[in-house]
Ligand binder design. Structure first.
Ligand SMILES: Nc1ncnc2c1ncn2[C@@H]1O[C@H](COP(=O)(O)OP(=O)(O)OP(=O)(O)O)[C@@H](O)[C@H]1O
Length: 364
């Protein structure tokens, strides 16, 4: 058996940033997660009211807060990155996260609301997804950590539609995984959660997509064969589609198709040597789609268009879902007008602030 049990995926690998992270973190100071320190940082803004800490990722602490000035008051999630060396060392990551994600306005993508600078932190306020991440959602389906096929299809449909929109906008995510897919509710009341793709820190933008990607990015067990194989020239959109196949597999079987603990797991990914467990009942149509997505050769892998035309994908797809991206594409990317101000904030975030500095902010 080569499949792996459901464990939190290892941190993403980003050939340059990852090495930098390892070298720079002690000096730059990883966010401590100290609640009082975070509260102080927010008090300087005097607008958001902190409600608790949601978690800490590789690049920052995320807190839950309320915007009391919104009508009605609105819950938000705020990612806090310490000002100074930290932002300086991870400037590319920070720029990608803010610039790419703020150009994406879609119901299946976490919406960035405001970027602001406190004396201590660069803060990114975004839509709060109260259902948590898909990894935990799948784990809650005890005892097997598997979603019923209809539920997995609903999530996959949203993922494909959200990702299709990103790709049409010229953005490839490059770190799609269960942990980076959030849900607007936990579904415990029987309603179907809406998916929210988040974390665009490793994404590739329009200007970069015209040429192929040059940096091997992603989380190992979700990484496409062409990245592992060569790593220096690949189509990031096709690599995203592979990751969707891994996500679908994990939702259905409650395990991953490849086991990063095995010595030859990289070879298995490169040759797409995975098995479909026989102990789980999955329809033939679903297996047909999954095995045509998890194809080692990116040229033979299903394209987004082909996925969207596949009968398993189309089954029980809500009316109008196929057309919704054309509608969202009509909305002009408003980003240009904010670009200079966002750049200025990121520039300023590379130096530490003073306690009496005025808070600078851009609403997106
Ligand atoms: N908009 C949001 N709504 C609700 N929870 C969120 C939101 N954004 C992030 N979180 C949660 O906050 C925690 C930290 O998120 P973050 O994106 O910084 O790191 P990560 O995805 O866990 O790690 P990494 O950046 O290393 O991949 C995670 O548990 C994540 O689910």
């Amino acid at each position: 058996m080569s499949e792996a049990p459901m464990r939190q995926a290892a941190a993403p690998v980003y050939a340059q940033v990852h090495v930098m992270a390892q070298n720079a973190q002690p000096k730059a100071g990883k966010p401590s997660g100290n609640v009082q320190q975070l509260a102080d940082a927010l008090n300087n803004l005097g607008r958001y009211k902190q409600m608790g800490v949601l978690g800490q990722g590789t690049f920052g602490v995320v807190i839950r807060a309320v915007d009391p000035e919104a009508n009605p008051p609105q819950e938000v999630a705020i990612k806090l990155l310490p000002r100074g060396d930290f932002v300086k060392n991870f400037k590319t990551y920070v720029q990608r996260e803010i610039l790419h994600q703020s150009s994406l306005k879609h119901p299946f993508i976490v919406c960035l609301k405001e970027v602001f600078l406190t004396p201590t932190h660069l803060a990114i306020a975004m839509e709060y997804a109260q259902g948590g991440d898909l990894f935990k959602y799948v784990l809650r389906h005890a005892p097997n950590c598997r979603l019923p096929e209809t539920q997995a299809r609903w999530i996959f449909q949203q993922l494909a539609i959200g990702l299709d929109y990103c790709h049409r906008r010229g953005v490839a995510n490059r770190d799609l995984k269960l942990e980076n897919l959030l849900l607007d509710r936990d579904g415990s009341d029987g309603t179907r959660p809406l998916l929210k793709i988040c974390d665009f820190g490793y994404s590739q933008g329009k200007h970069e997509l015209n040429s192929s990607a040059k940096t091997g990015v992603g989380t190992p067990i979700y990484m496409a064969p062409e990245i592992i194989y060569g790593g220096n020239r690949y189509d990031a959109k096709k690599a995203d589609i592979w990751s969707c196949g891994i996500i679908l597999y994990a939702m259905l079987y409650g395990r991953y198709p490849f086991n990063a603990k095995e010595r030859d797991y990289a070879r298995k990914i490169v040759t797409a040597a995975y098995v479909l467990p026989q102990d789980v009942e999955v329809s033939d149509l679903c297996k047909d789609l999954m095995t045509r997505v998890l194809v080692a050769d990116p040229d033979k892998r299903l394209s987004m268009e082909e996925i969207r035309a596949h009968p398993w994908f189309l089954h029980q797809l809500p009316e109008g879902a196929l057309e919704m991206n054309s509608w969202y594409m009509q909305k002009p990317p408003y980003l240009e007008q904010y670009m200079a101000r966002i750049d200025a904030i990121i520039e300023q975030a590379q130096v530490k602030g003073n306690p009496d500095d005025e808070v600078i902010s851009v609403c997106l």
